[in-house]
Design a protein around this ligand. Sequence first.
Ligand code: UDP
Length: 342
Amino acid sequence: MHILVTGGAGYIGSHCVQRLLRDGHTVVSYDNLFRGHRRPMDLLAQQHPDTLTFVEGDLCETDRLEALMREHAIETIMHFAAWAYVGESVEMPLAYWRNNTVGSLSLIEAADRAGVERFVFSSTCATYGEPGPDQIPIRETCPQQPINPYGQSKLAVEKILIDWVRACTNEGRPCAVCAPRYFNVAGCDRSGLLGEDHEPETHLIPVILEAALGRREAITIFGTDYPTPDGTCIRDYIHVEDLIDAHVRAMEALEPGDTRFYNLGIGNGLSVREIIDACREVTGVDFPVKEGPRRAGDPPVLYADPSKIRDELGWSASITDVHEIVDSAWKWFKAHPDGYGD
Ligand code: UDP
């Protein structure tokens, strides 16, 4: 298949490009390199010179995207390009609405004009907001009430896509959409080629590994007074390769008129302290830990009920031990203490 991957030079997008190339697809990776990196594109192009094209560009370039889709006979879009920091979204809501919602609308308009019929959109559990205790583990039917602009900006795109598929179906066009809603994506490509290099880095596991490498003075726990057994927030950590596997299965299962939403997690929650302990065990480093105040916009407990995707597509996470997730990241971080170096 001919697939356009937006955000293909980013952490999750590059892992998706790698998987699609391994599966024999032809990929156009489109990224503005604001937070993505050219290096993973070069590494993947060395392995797949005939089936990977990298294009530097922005989502707002609707006409250019349409031309690109026509030129490469794109059949499916996998849309990862987005800004994804909850805290930043609270400080810069307009940038999140522009980059995530307006950018996605531009991409969907280009797809519509170019006649692309299948669209996979990376959504998020942040669209659920702060579910009550009776809504945990979170099912897809949980009310979507985001509590930050990041979640709002992604939920709006889900709604645009539902309307698009409905209109296409009414016109007799066989469009279909899938939007996996991610929990906490972590770990790196186990072949060691691709990693996670964010600037700024705010995600828990990479921040801890940077502390273990001595690149940060300490890791700070954001809040120790949550209503959880050890007082720290609980999240559902899923390995990036499992996450991408779910995307591929969902893409392959799409039928005309589908709008599929799936929660992607392993179905278990771990606290910040449990992640710190796992990182200590994997790295063997006794890095300093500080206790700090809560971070704005962090719900206390979020973990998935992934039974819908298991029942419908036969997918469940193959890596359920967080040590294995941390180990895959630690190998890359140790080998690349300066990230991709660009
Ligand atoms: N966290 C923390 N210290 C950090 C980074 C994150 O205590 O330096 C906590 C954060 O408050 C949240 C959990 O770790 O409860 C996961 O945060 P992350 O930013 O990795 O992902 P999020 O859940 O916000 O998508």
